[in-house]
Design a protein around this ligand. Structure first.
Ligand code: BGC
Length: 783
């Protein structure tokens, strides 16, 4: 949504305010300090003496106002996710009131702004350039949820690597990703932006993304600084409503929600973004325990913390006091940079005079931001990321599109495939129906960076590319995403660009049924529009929106095989669809190459291998529903007459599709897991091996999943927790033995005193194709 008018706006801004800045930049700080390129090539840590010396010297020359200016981040582009847009940008830069900007990209725009900053400020401190590069920059990959369902960490990392190559060639050096918020509530629109519900998988994805963006050397011209967000617990907002409060036990927090943030820190992420939500009574952006005691004290984070969009100002609405008060709270909590809100800029001078914060507080924050710029090599060359030739040679390279196509296919999840309806034959007539059948706008998904949806391959085009001329396509739109005028207006107000067919729902369905009658098979491309997902897009009903279910019901009556291709940003409730489709493929919003990748799967050029990373509920009333729940004292064992059990009267406790679920065109069999020992001591590693065989008719890939249960604990423990997975390729008929190591860390948890402990006793281990269909074995840990 936010990306479309950006370039024009930035260029207009630059033409207005930067046009006269043609002269060569003056010497940079690094040149003055005689820093060699080799020095900048090493990845400095905060303890790096050369960096410390450089920053000490620079800060000794800075006035208090200049230091406060470094803490100010402006949105120079256009209003995106909040109600406020930065004003007086050039005047503020000139005064040294700006440490960084976001939403400005292209080498030309970024260079102009950087030249303006370097040439017009006393100390010529370069700006840092941030942007929401979330699932690709120009070449768009599947939404993060659809990346996580690949369970392929090399693929996830390479998507971030390519995003970094493009972003860094396009004027940027800082990306607001990865989003690692654990999400168990599919009503929340931002479930699309993360890796789902599991802390172990989420941690692996976090690591892969950070490595992909930052590479080995942050100062290299093709790497960018990552920003892990939203710290913390943003995904746990009550009732799935965005920005809502979180009240959570420390036990749940440490065992289930914090691990992915910690994994990103351990992977060396350079920055952290605070979240909007309240945590146990203290909003994250004012939460000293979170931002300082835990993040820096316990986890040793030495980068900088930026707020989310105007999050300091929002502390007033949270009820923490007036603007000056909340500014002091945020700085004291450990926030370094104020995104758009300008609270620090406005109030810190006075707060220091009043003794409510100290110059030392400002120094700490300023130093961390300057260190980030140093690590990025900006003092050595402020224009490192603004090389037009590199941009031309890099952006949307054919091999990036090829990678996007492969990665998108890897994340698609085959939910059903009755009588081997799929793969389709590359001949005959296909009725291609649905609001997503010819769509390009929505396929790149929400938060699609600087991606251009006009570059996206529609499903229709993809089918033509992959199946060729022997397949005849009859098309009908069949339904709009919604016919609710208010919803249409709201989506369009935020870049939805909805293409609404003015005919009645009945007329559209009739046309689709006629098309279906002429075909051998129906491919119905249905789902959400991208604007129904992402930020501020919570839904209370997560079924297919609008008349799409009515459309599917009418199509079903034709008796033709019904293949449902889903594009959406969250788990949906799909009970009717599951019962009635011949086949169903979850493709998420698959990015620039969506149509080609979907067609690759539909026609069997790629055998689907994705697995769900979020539980799909049967009905909304089951939410939150997740696989790694506790047992309760009255677990329901399946007897329908058993009243006094933890259950619903009107629906079973089962999900529609469990975590880890996903089919293939082939089938796999699992032997019982074999353990290297049945008893280990607390420092030993256990080997678990399992024989997996491809028993079907196609070569394929399988995600072999390993879960553990700590049967007896000093506190209650989940019924199952993912502790390992391997994505393997097996040829038709091939058998492989897969071995996992269960280390002492895999058996540890945080107890109620927040000690990370391994408690000796009984454990179970489960291996299987998803979190439900597993084979188990038992072992003991003995002292
Ligand atoms: C979102 C962040 C995003 C920021 C900057 C906020 O509204 O919550 O995820 O990085 O805007 O666009």
């Amino acid at each position: 949504m936010k990306r479309t008018i950006l370039t024009a706006f930035v260029l207009a801004y630059c033409l207005a305010s930067c046009q006269t800045q043609k002269e060569a930049p003056e010497q940079t700080q690094a040149q003055t300090q005689n820093q060699t390129p080799q020095q900048a090539q090493q990845q400095p840590t905060s303890a790096d003496p050369e960096m410390t010396r450089f920053i000490d010297e620079l800060m000794s020359k800075m006035t208090l106002d200049e230091k406060i200016g470094q803490l100010n981040l402006l949105a120079v582009g256009f209003d995106v996710t909040g109600p406020v847009v930065s004003q007086n940008v050039d005047e503020n830069i000139r005064k040294g009131n700006v440490g960084g900007v976001f939403n400005t990209y292209t080498p030309v725009a970024a260079r102009k702004l950087q030249e303006f900053a370097v040439n017009n400020t006393r100390l010529k401190i370069p700006l840092i350039f941030g942007y929401d590069v979330i699932h690709g920059h120009r070449t768009i990959f599947p939404i993060p949820l659809g990346l996580s369902t690949s369970w392929d960490m090399a693929a996830v990392e390479s998507s971030a690597r390519i995003a970094a190559e493009e972003a860094s060639a396009d004027g940027l050096n800082w990306v607001y990703s990865p989003m690692v918020d654990i999400a168990r509530d599919p009503r929340w629109g931002r479930i699309a932006e993360g890796a789902g519900e599991d802390p172990y998988l989420g941690s692996e994805v976090a690591k892969a993304m950070v490595h992909g963006y930052q590479g080995q050397d942050l100062a290299a011209s093709n790497t960018v600084m990552a920003c892990v967000k939203h710290f913390a617990l943003y995904g746990a907002g009550e009732a799935g409503r965005d920005y809502n409060s979180v009240d959570m036990s420390l036990n749940r927090m440490f065992n289930e929600y914090l691990p992915p943030y910690k994994a990103a820190i351990d992977a060396g992420v350079g920055s952290v973004m605070s979240s909007f939500n309240d945590i146990n009574g203290v909003p994250a952006t004012a939460n000293k325990w979170l931002m300082t005691d835990l993040l820096r004290g316990k986890w040793g984070f030495d980068g900088f913390v930026v707020t989310d969009y105007t999050a300091i100002n929002e502390l007033m609405a949270h009820g923490l006091g007036d603007e000056a008060t909340v500014g002091a709270l945020a700085l004291k909590a450990g926030i370094d940079m104020d995104m758009v809100g300008e609270v620090f800029l406005k109030h810190l001078p006075q707060l220091i005079q009043e003794g409510k914060v100290t110059e030392e507080d400002v120094n700490k924050a300023c130093r961390r931001i300057l260190e980030a710029k140093y690590k990025l090599g900006l003092f050595e060359d402020p224009y490192r990321y603004t090389d037009e030739n590199r941009a031309k040679a890099t952006l949307m390279k054919p091999e990036y599109r090829q990678a996007a196509r492969q990665i998108a296919a890897k994340g698609m999840v085959l939910l059903k495939n009755e009588k081997q309806t799929l793969p389709l034959k590359k001949s005959g007539t296909i009725a291609l129906i649905g609001p997503l059948a010819k769509n390009q706008r929505d396929m790149i998904g929400n938060w699609s960076g600087a991606g251009d949806w006009k570059q996206a391959v529609s499903l229709e085009q993809g089918i033509r590319n992959v199946a060729g001329n022997n397949v005849k396509i009859v098309y009908a739109k069949g339904a709009n995403f919604t016919d609710d005028q208010q919803m249409i207006a709201r989506l369009n107000a935020h870049g939805g660009e909805l293409d609404i067919d003015k005919r009645s729902a009945t007329a559209m369905i009739d046309e689709a049924v006629k098309a279906a009658q002429k075909a051998d098979v129906i491919v119905a491309a249905v789902g959400e529009s991208q604007g129904m997902t992402g930020e501020a897009a919570s839904r209370s009903d997560i079924g297919l929106p609008g008349q799409q279910l009515a459309l599917l019901k009418a199509l079903k009556k034709t008796g033709k095989p019904l293949v449902i291709v889903l594009m959406n940003g969250r788990p949906l409730t799909l009970t009717w669809e599951d019962q009635n489709a011949s086949a169903m493929l979850e493709t998420w919003f698959a990015g620039t190459e969506a149509g080609n990748a979907i067609a690759d799967v539909l026609f069997g050029n790629y055998n689907p291998s994705g697995k769900l990373t979020t539980t799909f509920p049967q009905v909304v009333g089951q939410i939150p529903l997740f696989y790694n729940h506790k047992s309760t004292g009255r677990p329901f064992a399946g007897d329908p007459l058993d009243k006094y059990k933890s259950r619903y009267m009107d629906v079973s406790n089962d999900p529609l599709y469990p975590f880890g679920y996903g089919l293939s065109y082939t089938s796999f069999s699992y032997a019982a897991p074999q353990l290297s020992k049945t008893a280990i001591n607390p420092s030993e590693t256990l080997q678990v091996s399992v024989v997996v065989r491809n028993t079907g008719n196609y070569d394929g890939e399988e995600v072999v999943q390993l879960y553990v249960q700590d049967v007896v604990g000093s506190i209650t423990r989940p019924v199952k927790e993912l502790k390992g997975f391997q994505k393997i390729a097996l040829k038709k008929g091939e058998t492989k033995t897969i071995t996992f190591n269960i280390s002492p860390d895999d058996l540890k948890f945080y107890n109620n005193d927040l000690e990370y402990v391994l408690e000796p006793g009984d454990f179970k281990v489960f291996v299987g194709t998803n979190s439900r269909d597993v084979k188990e074995a038992a072992f003991k840990v003995v002292e």
